[in-house]
Design a binder for this molecule. Structure first.
Ligand SMILES: *Cc1c(COP(=O)(O)O)cnc(C)c1O
Length: 383
């Protein structure tokens, strides 16, 4: 228990409070108030407004992509990105079982079937080796794309997720996908601010989807975005999420089934002010990680190391326990002491909606799901 007790003291010394400490809470130290009040004064609180445009521009600059489309939330961004990439009813999308449920749901909303590939132990994101083995065994490359030999269905996209902001081996995944002519969409919901070989999360695939939910690194209250290095995809995303309305001065003509998935200007005002502070947020979190790292090295608690060759956004930090038993002891002790800690998600095939989906061994996903615990990772409490 003494390691657990020192952990409690460590977290309390970092966040300087005797009160409850959550996993991740937002900080509003920039121009949030100013921009929100401007929005109200301008009356443009809804889906049209200058903050939507500015935010899209700044996000595309930050991620070094051609264009960004602000969306109502990250889940909807994923859903629309998959549709634009050509995922049709009855197709399959390869993803990972170690993820938040929204990843798999975005596939199901397109009436497609998820296929679960194992993750790498170090990155906790999709394993290129496992992806390659799966495609070698089940892939049937034809003129019109790759089909699954077992089910006969078309595999129309690959959707890796950068877990807790750790970059997966996205370059290798994109290379394998290209060989099989399958587009890659990145679930970059957790990874704005993370880079692999100096290239932003979300900019490797044909599209990347971000989330600005309240628990993410920067927040719009609720919100998301699609970014793309191919301008036409982001343009299509804007159009589909704006009811597929054909631009016209007064006429209402919608030439396909669109959605009302736009981000309101109020939310864009908030997240623009947040994006302006992203480097400071990452700096603050980095210093917290280094403090955890230094102190935990003296204990038996093992801080999950940053994957080599990547720049991490330090979104959600985690420690690795020996087994489920040790994990549950740690969860119980910390939560009873008013320090929020959480296990990793249930694996997708453990959920009733996805229990019959095709999957490989899931060796690493299962081990990680038994051992990983997220620990408080908010930006420090003072600017
Ligand atoms: C947060 C998150 C989402 C969904 O984002 P929302 O904005 O909450 O809809 C999708 N995938 C992952 C991995 C996430 O962490």
């Amino acid at each position: 228990m003494s390691d657990f007790n020192s952990f409690i003291s460590l977290v309390r010394s970092i966040y300087k409070t005797d009160q409850f400490i959550s996993l991740h809470e937002p900080r509003f130290w920039g121009k949030e108030r100013e921009y929100l009040l401007n929005t109200i004064d301008s009356t443009f609180v809804s889906s049209v407004g200058k903050y939507v445009d500015s935010f899209e521009l700044e996000l595309s600059k930050y991620t070094n992509t051609s264009k960004a489309a602000a969306i109502v939330n990250g889940t909807s961004a994923l859903q629309v990105a998959l549709r634009i990439a050509g995922v049709n009813s009855g197709d399959e999308v390869i993803t990972q079982a170690l993820t938040f449920v929204a990843t798999a749901n975005s596939i199901a909303y397109n009436h497609a079937f998820p296929v679960f590939i194992d993750v790498d132990y170090d990155t906790m994101g999709m394993s290129p080796e496992s992806l390659n083995s799966f495609l070698e065994e089940f892939g049937d490359l034809r003129e019109s794309g790759t089909y699954n030999k077992l089910t006969g269905r078309k595999i129309s996209a690959i959707l890796p997720m950068h877990t807790f902001g750790f970059m997966c081996r996205i370059d290798a995944i994109v290379e394998i996908a290209a060989k099989w002519k399958i587009p890659v969409i990145e679930d970059a919901a957790e990874s704005l601010g993370s880079f692999y070989n100096d290239k932003s999360a979300g900019s490797f695939g044909v599209m990347g989807a971000f989330s600005f939910n309240g628990n993410k690194l920067i927040t719009s209250g609720g919100g998301g975005a699609i970014v793309s290095s191919f301008e036409q995809y982001a343009v299509k995303a804007k159009y589909l999420t704006n009811t597929a309305k054909v631009p016209h001065s007064w006429d209402y003509f919608h030439d396909e089934l669109g959605y009302n998935f736009r981000m309101p200007n109020l939310n864009a005002a908030l997240v623009l002010a947040q994006l302006e502070q992203i480097d400071n947020f990452i700096e603050s979190k980095k210093s917290i990680y280094n403090e955890y790292s230094k102190q935990l090295a003296k204990s038996s608690l093992f801080l999950k190391p940053i994957p080599e060759g990547t720049k991490w956004n330090y979104w959600l930090m985690s420690i690795e326990l020996e087994d489920e038993f040790a994990r549950d002891e740690f969860l119980k002790f910390t939560n009873e002491n008013n320090i929020m800690t959480r296990p990793i998600w249930k694996l997708m095939f453990e959920l009733p909606m996805y229990e019959n989906c095709q999957r490989d061994s899931q060796k690493n996903a299962i081990l990680l799901s038994q051992r990983i615990v997220n620990i408080p990772s908010s930006v420090r409490r003072e600017p």
